[in-house]
Every structure is written in structure tokens, then in C-alpha cells.
Design a binder for this molecule. Structure first.
Ligand code: GRF
Length: 217
């Protein structure tokens, strides 16, 4: 068997995507292993969960560092000592310097709760409802210096339903996130995703079906 890719997960909060990734990685055939969890917030729920699971979990409290560069130097050291091949951001709420991002070019990915390039930034579900879209979703993409930019590796479409609030919509999208992120991470870890500049080629079966209709047919 080929060796598994070593993945570090960066979080700031709840950690439900972290959990989905860790649980997926427990399957014997999964091509990646989670070797470290790092949170910039000591109180992050995901951090406590990771500790309970016996995963090496580290706090890197950004408020204790005098600059972003000092914080990132420590982050880089932690990732180095974990011998991480890939970094998965999962609700990590810190902006990183272009230098740090570039040092992980094509090896750092993120999940965003919208169909990028629509609704970059925060409060995506509130804005999707305000815009009146009938389909939204989530995106896994490579991280580039510009926030929520970067080559798209995978997306899941989720219908908006009548009477949705930002909370009900967020919950529906989150379920899709928990399935999409482990799937895309596995494709990347198995080298079934090739990136050339900003062009992505995916060597995996195409999505089933032809269209998602909302409202339904
Ligand atoms: C998710 O909605 C993710 O798309 C966004 O931040 C949220 C993190 O949630 N980047 P969790 O901490 O994984 O539960």
C-alpha cells in the first residue's frame, strides 16, 4: 500500500468538519491520516474533541504573538514537526500572510459554505437568502493569498427551501460539507487531483445525474 498523506487540520471553533475528516480518515482504505489539530482559540470545541480522540492537538493563541509573522513562524514549526504533507483549514478564522500561504501552495485547502465564486466572506447563508438564490452549497478549494479565492477542487449544491432561515440553510449546507470535504481530501491525497497553475484536473468519476432543480420538478 502506498503511504498515507499526513494532514494537519486548522480550526477556530466548533470543529464539525474536523470531526467529519477524522471520522472518514479512520476507514482503513482512506488515503490520508490526521496527524495534528491546531486551533488559534484555546476554547475551540473542536480542540477538546480532538484531545478526547487522542489526536495531537495544539493551541496557538494568536493573541499571544506580537505579529502575524511570529504566529506563522510557530505555526510553520508545528506543521513541520508534525511532518504534515497537507493542511486542511476547517473553520480557521485567521487571515494568513501571502508568504505563508505561498509556502503551502497547492498543499493547503479550505471549505467555504457557498458555491464560490458567489458569496465570498462571512454570513454566506444570510446573503444567499437575501439574494434569493434557490440553490446554494459549499466549495472545497485550494488556498491562495486572496480570501476565498483559489482553484476549486469540489462543490456540492444544496437547495434553498421555502421558509429557510440562515440557521436552517446553514444546517443543510453543513451536512453537505461533511460529505464533500472528506471526499475531496481523499482525491487530493490519492493524486487524483492535479493542479497546474490555477487549472485543476480531476481524475475521478463525474457527478451522477444531470441537474438539481429548485423548486423540484
Ligand atoms: C463551516 O461552515 C465552514 O464551511 C466554514 O466555517 C464553518 C466551520 O464549521 N469555513 P465547523 O467548525 O467545521 O463546524
Amino acid at each position: 500500500m502506498t503511504t498515507k498523506k499526513r494532514v494537519a487540520i486548522l480550526i477556530s471553533g466548533r470543529g464539525s468538519n474536523l470531526r467529519a475528516l477524522v471520522e472518514a480518515a479512520r476507514a482503513p482504505g482512506y488515503p490520508a491520516e490526521i496527524v495534528a489539530v491546531i486551533s488559534n482559540r484555546p476554547e475551540a470545541k473542536g480542540l477538546a474533541w480532538a484531545k478526547e480522540q487522542g489526536i495531537p492537538a495544539h493551541v496557538l493563541d494568536h493573541t499571544l504573538f506580537e505579529s502575524r509573522e511570529h504566529f506563522e513562524a510557530q505555526l510553520g514549526a508545528l506543521l513541520g514537526s508534525a511532518r504534515a504533507d497537507l493542511v486542511a483549514l476547517a473553520g480557521f478564522m485567521r487571515i494568513m500572510t501571502p508568504e505563508f500561504v505561498e509556502s503551502w501552495r497547492d498543499r493547503m485547502l479550505n471549505i467555504h459554505p457557498s458555491l464560490l465564486p458567489a458569496f465570498r466572506g462571512l454570513k454566506t447563508h444570510e446573503r444567499a437568502l437575501h439574494a434569493g438564490v434557490r440553490i446554494t452549497g459549499c466549495t472545497v478549494h485550494l488556498v491562495r493569498p486572496e480570501m476565498d479565492e483559489g482553484p476549486i477542487l469540489g462543490q456540492a449544491a444544496v437547495p434553498v427551501t421555502e421558509g429557510d432561515t440562515p440557521e436552517t440553510l446553514a444546517a443543510r449546507v453543513l451536512e453537505a460539507e461533511h460529505r464533500l470535504y472528506p471526499h475531496v481530501l481523499a482525491l487530493l491525497a490519492k493524486d487524483q487531483i492535479k493542479v497546474n497553475g490555477d487549472v485543476v484536473k480531476i481524475f475521478a468519476p463525474a457527478a451522477e445525474g444531470t441537474a438539481l432543480f429548485s423548486p423540484g420538478l
